[in-house]
Write a protein that binds this ligand. Structure first.
Ligand SMILES: Cc1cc2nc3c(=O)[nH]c(=O)nc-3n(C[C@H](O)[C@H](O)[C@H](O)COP(=O)(O)OP(=O)(O)OC[C@H]3O[C@@H](n4cnc5c(N)ncnc54)[C@H](O)[C@@H]3O)c2cc1C
Length: 373
């Protein structure tokens, strides 16, 4: 069935969906291959995800680990950029390499077409031989159902809507979520008000720096950043989230009261796993995100809706994902390491373009890269 939106149809060898760091990294490599491609980005400017994060955010990866292929991230290699620096870097990246990013271009569906794909937007359609989905590891803000049981007088924000303490009314605040985001926002708020932090699953705290060196230098030196998701140690790392530069002990020193998991809410009272009840005026839900690939209308998902792939290569020839958390290693969704997966996918795209039949064969051991460590 042809939709009215299909009125304008254009063709490309490759369509990249999403123009964040993953989409730009693969874009750079496709440009080097001389491919006819375009990057479709829903937002109206580069680095949309970074624009939408809180003002004081400091990266946990130092400058030396923040570069995309072809362009060093500027600054002291041992310094930690703010989110504005990432916005500037990615904006420069698009301009410097004249990457073909089409803004205000949200993809509504990716569907199969004879030997290729139809990529539909509200006002136009592309036909493509190959598609890379790079729509990000943190897409749809997740808030637990108990949020709906709080009364309207309680100010509530998801962390993705939080920019600075002035977003909250004066007075005590509760932050729910014990990941890096929850700890960092709680620390910022604690400078000006009383803060409680509800921590459900405890994450392993790691120091940002140790003996004068950044954590990631140790992770690189010990080979941990190269451990693949299929290796035993990779599996363990994947299941164990880490807090970088924050810890419950440090938070307590900052005056933050740590509570256990938030289990219920009624009116303006929240209940916690140990039975404690706390009256709240303002709550920040630092409770993470969910992936949403519902626009990809191809059978490449398992029963739980997770993409079935090997290092981003799906069983549908010519369809790839890039930037998924632990797509291949811990670094897959990080600025400084996404290039490894991008290079891998770019090679597959090149092979497919040369010989679709051979490259479209089901994932082979070649896909797994170096042997599992
Ligand atoms: C709070 C926080 C702190 C982080 N700190 C660090 C750090 O210190 N160091 C580090 O390396 N990493 C960090 N990360 C992780 C990671 O680098 C970022 O999440 C990064 O934004 C991921 O890049 P991406 O390109 O994969 O996805 P995104 O940046 O999310 O880009 C995806 C793009 O796709 C677009 N899009 C989505 N759906 C569609 C559609 N249907 N059609 C068209 N476009 C679409 C979006 O508008 C977006 O621009 C952090 C993440 C968070 C949440």
């Amino acid at each position: 069935m042809t939709s009215p939106s299909a009125a304008l149809t254009d063709g490309r060898e490759v369509i990249v969906v999403g123009g964040g760091q993953a989409g730009l990294a693969i874009g750079y490599l496709l440009a080097q291959q001389g491919r006819d491609f375009t990057i479709l980005e829903a937002a109206d400017a580069p680095a949309a995800a970074w624009r939408a994060r809180w003002d004081s955010l400091r990266l946990f990866t130092p400058v030396r680990y923040d570069s995309l292929p072809g362009l060093a991230f500027p600054g002291d290699p041992d310094s930690y950029p703010g989110r504005h620096d990432v916005v500037a870097y990615l904006t420069d990246y698009v301009q410097r390499f004249e990457l073909p990013v089409e803004f205000n271009s949200r993809v509504r569906s990716v569907r199969p077409r004879d030997g290729g794909f139809r990529v539909e937007l509200a006002d136009r359609t592309y036909e493509a031989d190959q598609v890379v989905v790079a729509t990000g590891p943190f897409q749809v803000p997740f808030t637990p159902a108990i949020a709906a049981d709080l009364s309207a007088e309680v100010a509530q924000l998801h962390s993705s809507d939080y920019r600075s303490p002035s977003d909250l009314p004066p007075g005590p605040a509760l932050v729910v979520g014990g990941g890096n985001t929850g700890f960092q926002i709680a620390a910022e708020l604690a400078r000006s008000r009383e803060v409680q932090l509800a921590v459900g699953a405890r994450q392993t705290p790691l120091p940002q720096r140790f003996l004068g060196r950044d954590l990631f230098r140790y992770l690189e030196a010990t080979g941990l950043m190269n451990k693949t998701v299929t290796s035993r140690i990779g599996q363990r790392m994947k299941d164990r989230e880490t807090l970088i530069g924050s810890s419950p002990r440090r938070a307590r020193r900052q005056g933050i009261k740590i509570l256990p998991r938030a289990t219920g809410a009624r009116g303006s009272t929240m209940t916690f796993a140990d039975g404690t009840e706390v009256a709240v005026d303002a709550v920040i839900w630092a409770t993470g995100f969910r992936l949403d690939h519902s626009f990809v209308e191809l059978p490449v998902f398992d029963a739980r809706g997770q993409v079935e792939h090997e290092r981003g290569v799906t069983a549908r020839p010519g369809l790839y994902f890039l930037g998924l958390p632990w797509q291949h290693t811990r670094g897959s969704a990080l600025l400084g390491w996404v290039k490894d997966d991008a290079e891998f996918i770019a090679q597959r795209i090149d092979a497919f373009a040369l010989s679709p039949a051979a490259a479209g064969a089901p994932p082979s051991p070649l896909l797994s890269g170096p042997p599992a460590r």
